[in-house]
Design a protein around this ligand. Structure first.
Ligand SMILES: O=C(O)CCC(=O)C(=O)O
Ligand SMILES: [Fe+2]
Length: 320
């Protein structure tokens, strides 16, 4: 037997000239790669240089500043929505904070930064907002490609107008016991429509394939980000696009900072599978659902202060 090819996640290059011009041959080629990657793996590395390295660096500077605040101050990050706000899991190993509607400057200021700095901190607010707005723009491009590729582009505007963006910032700390490796975040699927993840190289993030193998993510360039489909996109596309299970394994004595921009359907909007994706061969798999009610369902069944559940629960919630 020859040696086995190591398992690799798809890498898609959005920096090719023309790739971002809708309708160009390069756009059409990238959109097929995007759909195929999301169908098979539920994720891909995107090489994207429109988001400047300076802005990425400034953003992570803010992330570190936020986590350096005293815990009592971090706890001021509260929202009424389930799974929102400051949470520390496995005390001393993982912390996370959320910024609701992070692509809207006023929301970043009033509902996030001003809670920690009551006099305001315009530089920090602007950095978080610019980062989130530009990442959200890229999400819009990818979703246009996906919808075009599934021949349902007529839903794109409705799809985007019914989207909110939540920014999360995460800090993983080294094991206190000197373990060589430890679990940073338990296996889960994202509850989102899409998740766009950033970190130094995201080493430690592991994705489970449909065949059950785990693949470590290690971004190949400083211009890369990691794109994933969550429960809501899986359901909306009638199971076409895969919501991969993933986890974080921490190795070595490092502190790991990551950030994710999560797109989620707005409260009250009914996520409904497009009729074009349903036929005799592909019967309807999901009933229309309000994503906010789905979050409430999860919060009722799982302790929101604990790690998210092991498997996707969207089928339990609204499967036909
Ligand atoms: O920090 C990471 O690499 C992944 C984070 C993640 O999976 C999440 O926030 O849902
Ligand atoms: Fe996740």
């Amino acid at each position: 037997m020859g040696s086995q090819t190591p398992l690799k996640l798809p890498v898609i290059d959005f920096t090719t000239p023309g790739a971002l011009n809708q309708g160009s041959p390069e756009w059409d080629s990238v959109k097929v790669q995007v759909r195929e990657a999301l169908e098979e793996y539920g994720c891909f590395e995107a090489v994207y240089d429109e988001l400047s390295l300076e802005l990425r660096k400034a953003h992570f500077g803010v992330v570190e500043k936020l986590f350096d605040l005293p815990t009592d101050v971090k706890k001021l990050n509260v929202y009424e929505k389930p799974f929102h706000g400051y949470r520390g899991h496995y005390p001393d190993v993982f912390e996370t904070m959320e910024v609701d509607c992070a692509n809207v400057l006023q929301q970043v200021e009033e509902n996030f930064i001003n809670k920690f700095w009551p006099q305001g901190n315009p530089d920090l607010s602007k950095t978080i907002h610019s980062f989130s707005r530009q990442v959200a723009e890229f999400d819009g491009v990818v979703r246009r490609m996906v919808l075009e590729s599934l021949c349902i582009e007529k839903y794109w505007e409705e799809h985007m107008n019914s989207t909110d963006y939540v920014l999360t910032v995460n800090r993983y700390l080294p094991s206190q016991n000197g373990d060589e490796s430890h679990l940073g975040l338990l296996s889960h699927t994202d509850k989102t429509t899409t998740s766009l993840l950033f970190g130094k190289d995201l080493d430690g993030l592991e994705i489970q394939t449909k065949q059950g193998d785990w693949i470590n993510v290690k971004l190949s360039s400083a211009n890369s980000l990691f794109y994933m489909a969550g429960d809501a996109l899986y359901a909306w596309t009638n199971g076409n696009l895969f919501n991969a299970i993933h986890r974080v394994m921490m190795r070595g004595n490092i502190t790991r900072y990551t950030t994710g921009l999560f797109s989620v359907p707005k409260e009250g909007y009914m996520v409904t599978v497009p009729e074009e994706l349903v036929d005799e061969e592909h019967p309807l798999q999901f009933k229309p659902f309000d994503h906010f009610e789905y979050l409430k369902f999860l919060a009722e069944h799982f302790d929101p202060s604990s790690i998210v559940p092991e498997v996707s629960n969207i089928k339990t919630y609204c499967g036909t």
